[in-house]
Design a protein around this ligand. Structure first.
Ligand SMILES: Nc1ncnc2c1ncn2[C@@H]1O[C@H](COP(=O)(O)OP(=O)(O)OP(=O)(O)O)[C@@H](O)[C@H]1O
Ligand SMILES: [Mg+2]
Length: 399
């Protein structure tokens, strides 16, 4: 019989687990002073009865966009106590259509709108009336690229501003997609990008300081070596400059130390944590793939596990784990047959290969002359057994 003592024993590593959770936002955000100031200066006019210009925030994933904006929004709310300005934060993964955005805005800001069943025209009129009393509304649209019919939403809000004599509505858009700008209709673009603010990726050095700050708050004194923190920062800095990734490695390393009964997080735990976090990310990528991509990837993994048939025939035992494009296609067609799915043309197949390569799930090279003429050689980006395990589960789940 196990004893509860085992589970209630105080941790040798953690002082406060929450500090390492993805939801925790520290009071001080190092290396974001400039961005925080810019944000405040953009919003400040609303506190003085003037309409802030719209602002577009761009930066790669994990560069602190969300946490910086939320922090500034909180400060803004503390200052705007006279009812003349309001700020609302929306994640557009959830509020992903113009109506859903407007409905949420109405429910949050307008009195009497918290019940179901108001149509867009009523909400629109309600907003005009609210702002018409000289009030300013700031709508933060985080992950704005997730909104379907964004042009329509921006148009509606811009038109509202045109109708208003006093008061106004401003938008802060946030995205980590570089290409978004090119996809927007020119009118939407010029509205959204009145002001721009970039969040650069963190350097290894910056990540090390960010991790240091968390480690001091979240871990017990002496429960980590400075080397371990620096290693985690260096790994994340080299890969992506993504603070979320850096923090994931560190918290995983802490869990590993705890589970294995260590009283310190060292380089060894950080290295194992890196491998585990890598695999989690790969798993997420694979699970999100469309079915045909998954089948092609499965074909690559299966052949990688058994070795290239052609290479064996031609006595090229040492082909560095590369497979021929043709044999993968054959395998993919067979797999599709087995699963009673129609297989796609060779041309679609090549575009799947491209997509998979872009995600880093495989690498391709053109073969030199001599090896079966000109062909693509393909290699799996991750261990075959792992990839097959993830795919078997995912394809079962997907039906
Ligand atoms: N300067 C910083 N200091 C401390 N922690 C930070 C800093 N920047 C980011 N973080 C932490 O990193 C994680 C990711 O930050 P955040 O969610 O703000 O990234 P993001 O830029 O919004 O990324 P995405 O584009 O993926 O939404 C959070 O847990 C946050 O607390
Ligand atoms: Mg974010």
């Amino acid at each position: 019989m196990p004893s509860f003592d085992e589970f209630t024993r105080e941790s040798k590593i953690f002082r406060d687990r929450d500090v390492l959770s993805p939801h925790y936002v520290p009071d001080i955000l190092p290396f974001r002073e400039h961005q925080l100031r810019e944000l405040m200066s953009s919003l400040a006019p609303a506190l003085m009865g003037k309409k802030p210009r719209n602002l577009f925030i761009y930066g790669k994933t994990g560069t602190g966009k969300t946490c910086s904006v939320r922090q500034v929004a909180k400060k803004f709310e503390e200052k705007s106590t006279n009812g003349k300005a309001a700020i609302i934060y929306l994640n557009c993964r959830i509020h992903n259509k113009p109506y859903r955005v407007m409905d949420k805005v109405a429910k949050t800001v307008l009195a009497g709108f918290d019940k179901q069943g108001y149509g867009l025209p009523q909400i629109y009129e309600g907003l005009l009336k609210w702002a018409g009393d000289g009030r300013h509304l700031i709508i933060i649209l985080d992950e704005i690229d997730m909104i379907k019919h964004l042009d329509e939403l921006v148009y509606t809000l811009t038109r509202a501003n045109d109708e208003l004599k006093s008061g106004g509505i401003s938008i802060i858009g946030i995205s980590n997609k570089t290409l978004l700008k090119d996809e927007l209709d020119p009118r939407t673009k010029s509205s959204l990008y009145e002001r721009e603010l970039v969040f650069p990726s963190y350097s290894a050095n910056e990540l090390q300081k960010i991790l240091q700050q968390r480690a001091e708050l979240g871990f017990k004194a002496g429960a980590f070596t400075p080397g371990a923190i620096n290693l985690a920062g260096a790994i994340a800095g080299q890969e992506s400059g993504d603070a979320r990734y850096a923090l994931k490695i560190l918290s995983r390393a802490a869990e590993i130390a705890e589970e294995t009964g260590k009283d310190k997080i060292t380089d060894a735990e950080v290295k194992s944590a890196r491998d585990m976090v890598e695999l989690d990310i790969v798993k997420e990528q694979i699970e999100k793939l469309p079915e045909n991509h998954q089948l092609v990837l499965y074909a690559v993994a299966k052949l990688s596990a058994t070795g290239s048939r052609y290479a064996r025939l031609e006595g090229e035992g040492e082909n560095d784990g590369y497979l021929f494009s043709g044999e993968i296609y054959e395998e993919y067609v067979q797999l599709s047959k087995k699963l009673r799915r129609p297989s796609k043309t060779a041309r679609s197949y090549r575009s799947y290969l491209n997509d998979l390569e872009m995600l880093g799930l495989l690498t391709t090279v053109e073969s030199g002359k001599g090896i079966r003429g000109h062909t693509k050689l393909i290699r799996l980006g991750h261990p075959a057994q792992e990839v097959m395990r993830i795919l078997s589960k995912s394809m079962e789940g997907g039906g």
